[in-house]
Design a protein around this ligand. Structure first.
Ligand SMILES: Cc1cc2nc3c(=O)[nH]c(=O)nc-3n(C[C@H](O)[C@H](O)[C@H](O)COP(=O)(O)OP(=O)(O)OC[C@H]3O[C@@H](n4cnc5c(N)ncnc54)[C@H](O)[C@@H]3O)c2cc1C
Length: 276
């Protein structure tokens, strides 16, 4: 039966839901451990990814690092970076898809938010050929899509640079099975800050329904406004938790609010995937 989901009320959550949510929040707040092995690789491309240059595409030439390339097994995994004169490492999700067994790529792509005064800005200021310190292997479990292999409908929520591992997921073939219906709620401040717009046609041809959501659009914008969680509440008419899954990446508050809403609607926390 098709049902409009009821208003999401926090008091409907049971104690075990709250325990799970607070564990998830604690996990989000803890950075991954720094690697013990480091290596160096040249940057092969650096260019603005958005019209306002708040996000950058960065590619690493890993042709001399076959074992590092081969350690990328799942969309959502990330790589630690040690930037010149930076006091601490940063972690960046790999935006290119994991290699198909037949063709090993020679590089990893990243989508980097350029935060002035931080290591991420130093990375965006490098030139092709510059060497950068990176972990000796890819880190994290990625999105454990096996946990939602029986889902008929998957809701994907991404904000800001959180779209990076979602690109990896989509371009690795997730959603191409015609038995699965995938909707991507993708939030950004405005179109000047929204990366990968040039890939939307390709993603749609792979079976992804894209719902762009702008929190501060200009007057011409006729699409969804606000945050992805607002757009989801407004547009979603069917919630059939037993045949659904969700994948989240981006803003911590977004992840927490969406998780709360889906759990309140009856979705098992095991069916809500994150990469960290
Ligand atoms: C799994 C994962 C994937 C990510 N993927 C992406 C991505 O694809 N694209 C993207 O743009 N960003 C990504 N990020 C965020 C990125 O790693 C940085 O957090 C971001 O660039 C902000 O960096 P920051 O310098 O403000 O410091 P943060 O790493 O956010 O830390 C906040 C502050 O804590 C202090 N601090 C941090 N680490 C240390 C340390 N080891 N020792 C002492 N002090 C410390 C610093 O004062 C720092 O300013 C990801 C983060 C994680 C954890």
């Amino acid at each position: 039966m098709l049902l409009r989901s009821p208003p999401r009320r926090l008091h409907l959550l049971r104690p075990h839901h709250l325990r799970v949510l607070s564990n998830a929040a604690a996990a989000l707040a803890t950075p991954p451990p720094a690697p013990t092995e480091w290596t160096e690789a040249p940057v092969s491309a650096v260019r603005a990814a958005t019209p306002d240059a708040s996000l950058f595409h960065v590619s690493l030439d890993l042709s001399s690092h076959p074992s590092l390339l081969a350690s990328h097994l799942a969309a959502g995994q990330f790589l630690p970076f040690r930037l010149p004169s930076a006091p601490y490492p940063i972690f960046l999700a790999i935006s290119s898809p994991p290699p198909a067994s037949s063709a090993l790529p020679k590089s990893f792509d990243f989508l980097v938010k350029r935060l002035p005064g931080t290591p991420s800005a130093r990375l965006c200021d490098l030139c092709p050929g510059d060497l950068v310190g990176v972990g000796g292997s890819v880190v994290g479990r990625g999105f454990e899509v096996g946990r939602i292999s029986d889902a008929r409908e998957v809701l994907v929520f991404a904000t800001g640079s959180g779209i990076s591992p979602i690109r990896s997921l989509i371009e690795s073939g997730f959603g191409e099975n015609e038995n699965i219906d995938v909707s991507l709620f993708y939030g950004a401040r405005n179109l000047q800050r929204m990366a990968y717009q040039e890939r939307f046609d390709d993603w749609e041809s792979r079976g992804i329904k894209i719902v762009p959501v702008l929190s501060r659009p200009d007057d011409q914008w006729t699409g969804q406004r606000g945050y992805v969680q607002n757009a989801f509440s407004r547009t979603k008419k069917v919630v059939n938790p037993s045949s659904m899954g969700a994948i989240l990446c981006g803003h911590k508050q977004m992840s927490e609010e969406i998780t709360r809403a889906l759990v309140a609607d009856g979705m098992s926390i095991d069916k809500i995937l994150t990469n960290f």
